[in-house]
Ligand binder design. Structure first.
Ligand code: PMT
Length: 221
């Protein structure tokens, strides 16, 4: 039945934002709450999977019987994801990973300089976690990404699917405030190489159940 479509499978999910330190008291981050990834973890566990949830800094309770690994920045998240992915069948990247981090982390709190009204932060690129998993030649799980876009949602999602060599991408339009980041609701389009399916706005918990069924069906060998 649909309620145990992931029986015997192992699933790894990343969720939430990453936090990239500038100095001991400041960081760069984004508005991801972790709700989408946590809802997927709960739905996958209920569908019979063994679930590892790699969570950035969020304020959410761990779903029952889910193994949670807490991380702070993108490099921590990648290390935890690579380790967990070695033994998994399905990898889902729902985290909003910071694309860049400050080039250096100051050891002490950065001070204001007298008479200085402008400042700049040098950034360097973070590793792409989901692309790293999808690029594996061995122990490569069925790999699903998300795409958070504010315009030409399907076009950019298709581009990410190909560029990151993903098996599936779940595109959300994050331009509206009643879906996407931090909302309890979301509306998505599920895209793979052959098809595109729109799932209209619903609670993230309900969408997660639908997404897990779609992923389980496509990930069948
Ligand atoms: O957490 P919520 O408040 O519930 O909000 C949910 C969400 C909007 C954050 C979620 O549904 C979502 O869209 N997550 C992906 C957000 C994102 O960063 O999208 P992106 O288009 O920048 O990244 C594309 C994919 O690459 C994602 O699977 C992302 O996890 C992954 N990525 C990106 C950069 C990076 N350095 N490493 C990655 O693995």
């Amino acid at each position: 039945g649909s309620s145990d479509c992931l029986r015997g499978k192992s699933v790894v999910i990343t969720a939430g934002p990453t936090r990239e330190a500038l100095d001991p008291v400041r960081y760069l981050s984004n508005h991801s709450s972790g709700k989408m990834g946590f809802a997927l973890a709960e739905a996958a566990q209920r569908a019979g999977a063994q679930v590892t949830l790699i969570a950035g800094p969020v304020n959410l309770a761990t779903p029952a019987q889910v193994k949670r690994v807490d991380v702070v920045d993108a490099r921590d998240m990648r290390a935890a994801a690579e380790r967990a992915a070695d033994l998994c069948d399905i990898f889902i990247g729902a985290a909003a990973v910071a694309d860049f981090r400050p080039a250096t982390m100051a050891e002490q709190k950065i001070k204001k300089r007298e008479g200085c009204d402008e400042s700049a932060i040098a950034l360097v690129k973070n590793p792409d976690i989901v692309a790293g998993i999808a690029a594996r030649s061995q122990r490569r799980p069925f790999t699903v990404g998300f795409a958070a876009e504010t315009q030409q949602v399907e076009h950019y999602a298709q581009d990410k699917l190909q560029r990151k060599n993903l098996d599936m991408i779940i595109a959300n339009d994050v331009s509206s405030t009643n879906s996407g980041f931090n909302s309890d609701r979301n509306a998505v389009t599920v895209i793979d190489r052959h098809s595109s399916t729109h799932l209209p706005q619903a609670l993230k918990a309900d969408l997660a159940r639908q997404l897990i069924e779609i992923i389980a069906a496509k990930a069948q060998p």
